[in-house]
Design a protein around this ligand. Structure first.
Ligand SMILES: NC(=O)c1ccc[n+]([C@@H]2O[C@H](COP(=O)([O-])OP(=O)(O)OC[C@H]3O[C@@H](n4cnc5c(N)ncnc54)[C@H](OP(=O)(O)O)[C@@H]3O)[C@@H](O)[C@H]2O)c1
Length: 231
């Protein structure tokens, strides 16, 4: 059975991506810290409890998976966002965003690239619309995502001759628990947000193209730009 690794598989976009990969017949290793939010009961889903900021534990877990599995897909989805005027962020929050949103994908890719080359596999990076547009009150978050997108583009050029596909997905406002630390969230009407399932469907489209043609970049936006302030 082909294996996939999905970070941030315990909720939101990563949870829906895991469900689609299970439907497509993959064994899914999901990385997260707390799976109590997950409703997956499929025995082909293996939750791996690991804080992505703990680099040595992460390397250990990935090496363990590699001993038994042929990894075909890496989805770098886990992410964290702190928003507000840049001077009001703390060094701790900045460190967490860089470590989870950028450093972990770079390390995971480094650990798995040899296998992914052998298997002509996929690396999917869940970036953000903030990688492409100016992001007032999300300067540091947007910087981590712009770097992730830049990494995706360069890595595809580096690895394409080995059959590796690298895809950056850029969602706009998505209905998940992501904005729990922010003083805003998606608007009330369905035209103001994307659903995590819709991002997973875009991923399914990427994975089901013919060998030889690669969708490298996807941007998903709701029809209307509307956010809601929260206390
Ligand atoms: N929601 C949006 O509007 C939006 C828009 C554009 C891009 N994105 C991106 O989409 C990705 C998924 O976000 P989401 O909307 O699905 O939010 P979410 O529901 O908050 O999910 C975030 C996931 O990341 C995991 N995670 C965070 N820090 C971690 C850590 N230190 N170690 C291990 N896992 C960690 C969480 O797992 P645990 O809780 O189990 O630790 C959770 O599964 C993120 O990269 C985000 O930047 C979101």
């Amino acid at each position: 059975m082909k294996a996939a690794i999905v970070t941030g598989a315990s909720s939101g976009i990563g949870l829906e991506i895991s469900k689609i990969l299970l439907k497509l017949g993959y064994k899914v290793y999901g990385i997260g810290r707390d799976f109590s939010k997950s409703d997956i009961t499929n025995e082909c889903f293996i939750p791996i409890i690991c804080d992505l900021m703990d680099t040595s534990l992460l390397c250990e877990k990935i090496k363990d998976i590699g001993k038994n599995e042929d990894v075909y897909i890496l989805v770098n989805n886990a992410g964290v966002g702190y928003f507000g005027p840049h001077e009001e962020l703390s060094a701790k929050k900045i460190h967490e965003m860089v470590a989870v949103n950028l450093e972990a994908p770079l390390i995971l890719t480094q650990l798995l690239l040899r296998d992914l080359k052998k298997n002509s596999g996929f690396i999917i990076n869940i970036s953000s619309i903030t990688a492409k547009e100016s992001s007032t009150y999300g300067c540091a978050y947007g910087a981590t995502k712009a770097a992730l997108t830049h990494f995706s583009n360069s890595l595809f050029d580096e690895a394409r001759k080995y059959g590796v596909k690298v895809i950056a997905i850029h969602p706009d406002m998505t209905k998940s628990n992501f904005y729990r630390n922010a003083n805003f969230r998606e608007g009330d009407i369905p035209e103001s947000y994307i659903m995590p399932e819709e991002i997973a469907k875009a991923l399914e489209m990427v994975l089901t193209q013919r060998e030889g043609m690669v969708i490298t970049d996807i941007t998903l936006k709701p029809q209307k730009h509307r956010i809601r302030r929260t206390p």
